[in-house]
Design a protein around this ligand. Structure first.
Ligand SMILES: [Zn+2]
Ligand SMILES: [Zn+2]
Ligand SMILES: [Zn+2]
Length: 274
């Protein structure tokens, strides 16, 4: 692995701090959940409103979107997002891909197609889910213009920003997290395989899946992710992909100070990614 300090090097060279913006911190159905009147779904704390899970990573004017959720339009409007340089996919579950059509307005503002990156399995699933996007025949109406790339274990370099895929177990399936600089974003994991652990050393910021307290076949829990924090020892950890079992304030009051729940709109700035 190239040194994490290479994050802001390359051609062209993005410079300056790395900014992580949480676009959504909720589980697949979003919070509030349709038809639910529980205390979290009806909470007036804005941090209990959770759109589907995604982050935006920005460095030197380069915007990299991780996943295109069904809430992408709302997330982009909220954050006044005007351009994206690339999309990275963690896996092809509906809550992570269904907003792909919403990248069209970003296409209007640039000449080239937008590069998207995923595992072979993810890109195949995108082809099946969005045949009209991959169909080479010209369409009368506007369709997203993308250029699909398959990643393997090596880093995905986007205008000098290196993202290392981190293989994760997601129930019986696979999902990928990404390490960039001294940060890593891991959503949708039930386990982190041993061979992925070296990529998660020396982190300043680590995002982890923490659906709820009760065990789930495809997701981590608060307790399990706290064990990962103990083992991996990031300076700070943020839990995401949160369901309505966890009220923000109450849950945070039970966590160590360096572990927080992510919330929609949370911004983390890493002044020195090296
Ligand atoms: Zn998910
Ligand atoms: Zn609820
Ligand atoms: Zn998933």
């Amino acid at each position: 692995m190239r040194s994490a300090g290479a994050f802001c090097l390359g051609m062209p060279e993005p410079t300056g701090p790395v900014k992580i913006k949480v676009l959504g911190s909720g589980t697949s159905v979003g919070i509030p959940t349709i038809g639910c009147a529980c205390s979290v779904c009806t909470s007036t704390d804005p941090r209990d409103n959770r759109l589907r899970p995604s982050i935006l990573v920005s460095c030197g004017g380069v915007n990299v979107l991780i996943d295109t959720t069904p809430d992408l339009r709302q997330q982009a409007l909220r954050e006044q997002l005007t351009h994206i340089e690339a999309v990275l996919y963690t896996h092809a579950h509906a809550d992570h891909i269904l907003g792909l059509d919403d990248i069209r307005p970003f296409n209007y503002r640039r000449k080239d197609p937008i590069p998207i990156y995923g595992s072979a399995e993810t890109i195949d699933a995108l082809r099946r889910s969005f045949p009209y996007i991959f169909d080479v025949k010209r369409s009368e109406s506007s369709v997203p213009r993308i250029e699909a790339h398959v990643f393997d274990s090596g880093p995905v370099s986007i205008q000098g920003l290196d993202f290392y895929p981190v293989r994760l177990a997601h129930g019986s399936g696979v999902s990928y997290g990404f390490r960039f600089g001294k940060a890593a974003y891991l959503t949708d994991h039930s386990d982190i395989p041993e061979e992925s652990l070296p990529l998660l050393e020396g982190l300043e910021v680590l995002f982890l899946d923490a659906l709820r307290h009760k065990p789930h076949p495809t997701h981590s829990t608060v307790e399990r992710s706290l064990q990962w924090v103990e083992r991996l020892k990031p300076a700070r950890a943020y839990f995401t992909h949160i369901c309505h079992d966890l009220g923000h304030e109450r849950t945070e009051s039970q966590l160590p100070a360096h572990v927080r729940l992510a919330y929609d709109g949370l911004e983390i700035i890493m002044e020195s990614p090296e």
